[in-house]
Write a protein of this length. Structure first.
Lengths: 281, 68
């Protein structure tokens, strides 16, 4: 059965607890909790009794030729054991390399070195945490140089090579497609759709640098744009497996009723896609 | 330096990025990228690099935590 949920943010906590009727599942940012005392980490287990919890990592840097630090994986494993989430996810990204900390997820050069490194890191993550994370495609404002592979082929090699589920971020995909001048559905069809179990929805804003082509920045501060709901409908029509859709909002929070209206639109898009698939069958 | 570390430094080190933007091929060669990789970095989307680096710098400064 498809599910629709929301990213847990401290600013939204009270509102989320008041509107659990509209929320099937909650996603928690792992790094917000890995350094918290065990007592606070255990509160996540209580939250998980209200709605299934998904743990979302943002700082491991799994898609790298360099090894993820043991201490990061160990901290995540401790949180996983304490909070008992349903599953966890991380990005197909690097965050640091050669002693340089980027401070955010970034797209590495897409080639054999980052594929092999990602598969090694994922095997270590599976061994230490206990399960393989769902892997998320990221948004990038610049195509990584020294990339002999396109995003879809590179993503497929890692997701399928690791036997991992995929977390398909449809706004990231939408932004990358528009910024590269590609049709979003064409980019969608290059992804390992049979592996998709989770979906992220979010919004962004256009950057309009003087004299340059505009670019769409995925900032999680704006509403989900209409074409992203259309992509969700297309995805639901393309794949038979149940999807868990999470709305991400990191700031400039609107009223909870407004966020709930976006969850309703996500449910409608899923239902519409499923109807299209039934008609086509 | 490998291509991934080179890219990380471009994002994280403003002075290095400025030097690269002024002479991309020369800097890429000097840092030890092979000729193919150096050529690809020399052809990279410099406005996109500047926008991405600015976005990452804002995140490092703590205005927003890492999210995606």
């Amino acid at each position: 059965m498809d599910r629709v949920g929301l990213g847990w943010r401290g600013e939204l906590a009270a509102s989320i607890l008041e509107r659990l009727d509209a929320i099937d599942v909650l996603e928690v940012i792992a790094e917000d909790w890995t350094r918290a005392p065990a007592r606070e980490q255990r509160s996540l287990r209580a939250l998980g009794r209200e709605r299934p919890l998904l743990l979302h990592g943002v700082a491991l840097g799994l898609a790298s030729r360099h090894a993820v630090e043991d201490k990061r994986l160990a901290a995540l494993a401790r949180l996983f054991e304490t909070a008992a989430p349903e599953s966890w996810s991380e990005h197909l990204a690097f965050v640091r390399a050669g002693g340089h900390e980027i401070g955010h997820i970034a797209a590495p050069p897409r080639g054999p070195a980052s594929i092999e490194g990602a598969l090694r890191n994922l095997e270590r993550a599976r061994r230490i945490v206990g399960t393989t994370p769902a892997l998320e495609n990221i948004a990038t404002l610049v195509a990584p140089p020294a990339s002999p592979m396109d995003e879809g082929a590179w993503t497929r090699r890692i997701v399928e090579g690791a036997g991992a589920p995929m977390l398909l971020d449809l706004h990231n995909l939408y932004a990358n497609a528009l910024n590269a001048g590609i049709e979003p559905v064409a980019l969608l069809d290059t992804m390992p759709l049979a592996s998709v179990r989770l979906v992220h929805l979010s919004g962004g804003r256009w950057l309009r640098p003087p004299g340059l082509a505009p670019r769409l920045l995925d900032d999680h501060l704006h509403d989900v744009p209409d074409p992203v709901y259309t992509l969700l409908e297309t995805l639901a029509a393309r794949v038979p497996q149940p999807l868990t859709v999470i709305l991400e909002r990191d700031g400039e929070f609107p009223a909870m009723a407004h966020l709930v209206s976006q969850l309703v639109r996500a449910r409608e898009a899923l239902a519409s896609g499923r109807r299209l698939a039934r008609r086509a069958a | 330096m490998d291509a991934e570390s080179f890219l990380a430094r471009l994002y994280a080190d403003e002075a290095f990025r400025e030097a690269f933007t002024a002479a991309p091929l020369e800097v890429a060669r000097r840092e030890g990228l092979d000729e193919r990789e150096a050529g690809e970095f020399a052809r990279m989307d410099l406005p996109g690099l500047a926008l991405a680096a600015e976005s990452y710098a804002r995140k490092r400064s703590g205005r927003r935590g890492p999210r995606d």
